[in-house]
Design a protein around this ligand. Structure first.
Ligand code: GDP
Length: 442
């Protein structure tokens, strides 16, 4: 069995989509399973193929919201796993866009255990966030949190339920009443069972063939020795248990969560690739120890050659909060994930910066600490302890061989490796699938 998990070791937006796409293409993955989250995702992928015959989508920039990043690998099934929540209308739009670019979408399947995000979830998200006033979490307002809430409250609708009209007829009147009560408490409007039923009917017509029980698929792929990738969304610092609670996502974002939700035995995951960006970014509220402000933040935000590389959310367009690399957070994230390797993305974005600081510890209430405190209020008081490394004058951009990287860029990666205690095996040097320098060790 050969399973790799690709997970964020920051706050999300580390470039997981690119790493999954590159890995899937290079190792001819048979199955890529996105294991958590929903339409709040925004994995940017720039698939590129070299040679005489290139597909029509070559080098196009795709922002995948719900579709797994295995979609550009021929012969690979892309599954939205049992632990995801699916917004069917959003998904249908995404499929249409992919098809318009000539991408073959027949390989996209949806677990019948995944939960459905209804418009009422978006409404609840909006009303709840508005009610929080000064305590806003900065959610993407896509209804993801409320859909997970309903899953845990055991009142949600799973994709598989859409296939069972009799069950829907029986259940939806109760659900409409329950949801009206919840929305009503927030000042929202009532939910109509007939409208819910009509939505379900339309969705099942459009998605029926994609909804599968993923167990036999996963089991058989593992048995046959096919390469499987578990694709995480967000990062450990936004994980429901290990993130900066309550400024977190509503699902598990670690490799273990990936194995658990996908029905993959934990022992079968032989590689855990933690994706970290060469500098730190986050969206939404919550403590962010290495955060920079004003012009310094803007300077990091606008690094990169093209607009899509700039640090604005792929789903929401919101400017991301930016700061220097936080090795304390990365080390903890790598440890709880059991990372066997790190992929350091956007190394090229730091090209030309004279000095690159790394936070190697935190100073908190007069003490130096080397872990991320669980209390968000304590974390807010933490100050970064920096060490500065020299920048690199020569460009790392588009370099595809480790030894061809500027020496200072290699030294930066090696210092991150020492501080996180995990080997950096990949360095990202541009948005394309091929802009990746792999480290080959003897
Ligand atoms: P994800 O959600 O973790 O997949 O990350 P996002 O797609 O939200 O954000 C990563 C951004 O960085 C996207 O715009 C990618 O195209 C871009 N990116 C990823 N890796 C690299 C890299 O090595 N260099 C550069 N310049 N951009 C990269």
């Amino acid at each position: 069995m050969s399973v790799a998990a690709v997970v964020g070791c920051g706050w999300g937006d580390e470039g997981k989509g690119k790493i999954v796409d590159a890995l899937a293409a290079e190792r001819r993955a048979r199955l890529v399973i996105r294991f958590n989250g929903g339409p709040n995702a925004g994995h940017t992928v720039v698939p590129e193929v070299e040679g005489a015959e290139v597909p029509p989508w070559n080098r196009a920039v795709f922002r995948l919201h719900q579709v797994p990043s295995g979609i550009f690998t021929p012969g690979c099934t892309s599954l939205c796993g049992p632990g995801t929540v699916i917004d069917p209308d959003g998904l249908l739009e995404e499929l249409a866009e992919l098809e318009a670019h000539g991408v073959e979408t027949g390989q996209i399947l949806l677990s019948d255990r995944a939960h459905v995000v209804f418009p009422l979830h978006r409404e609840r998200d909006r009303l709840l966030e508005a009610a929080r006033e000064g305590l806003k979490q900065g959610t993407t307002l896509r209804g993801v949190g409320p859909a997970y809430e309903d899953k845990m409250a055991r009142i949600g609708i799973r994709l598989g339920d859409l296939l069972d009209g009799e069950y829907l007829d029986e259940y939806l009147p109760f659900l409409a009443e329950e949801q009206s009560r919840r929305l009503g408490a927030l000042g929202g409007s009532a939910v109509d069972a007939t409208e819910l039923r009509a939505l379900c009917e339309r969705w099942v017509e459009q998605l029926r063939d994609r909804i599968v029980d993923s167990y036999p698929l996963v089991r058989d792929t593992l048995r046959s020795g096919g390469f499987v990738v578990l694709e995480g969304q967000l990062g450990a610092m936004k994980d429901i248990d290990w993130g900066t609670y309550p400024f977190v996502t509503s699902s598990g974002a670690t490799a273990a969560a990936g194995a658990a939700t996908c029905g993959v035995p934990p022992g079968a995951v032989s590689e855990v690739i933690g994706v970290v960006k060469a500098f730190a970014t986050t969206v939404g509220g919550g403590p962010f120890v290495t955060e920079l402000f004003d012009a310094a933040a803007e300077a990091l935000r606008s690094l990169g050659e093209t607009e899509t590389e700039h640090e604005y959310g792929a789903t929401t367009g919101r400017p991301r909060r930016c700061g220097w690399f936080d090795a304390v957070a990365a080390r903890q994230a790598a440890a709880i994930n059991g990372c066997t390797a790190l992929a350091l993305t956007k190394l090229d974005a730091l090209d030309g910066i004279p000095e690159v600081p790394i936070a190697r510890a935190y100073e908190l209430d007069g003490q130096t600490i080397d872990y991320v405190p669980s209390s968000t209020r304590r974390l807010e008081r933490a100050k970064p302890v920096y060490e500065a490394l020299p920048g690199w004058g020569a460009p790392a951009r588009e370099v595809r061989e480790w030894r061809a990287l500027p020496a200072e860029a290699r030294a930066y990666a090696e210092r991150i490796e020492a501080l996180t205690e995990v080997p950096v095996e990949y360095a990202g040097t541009g948005p394309s699938r091929l802009a990746l320098a792999r480290r080959v060790r003897r």
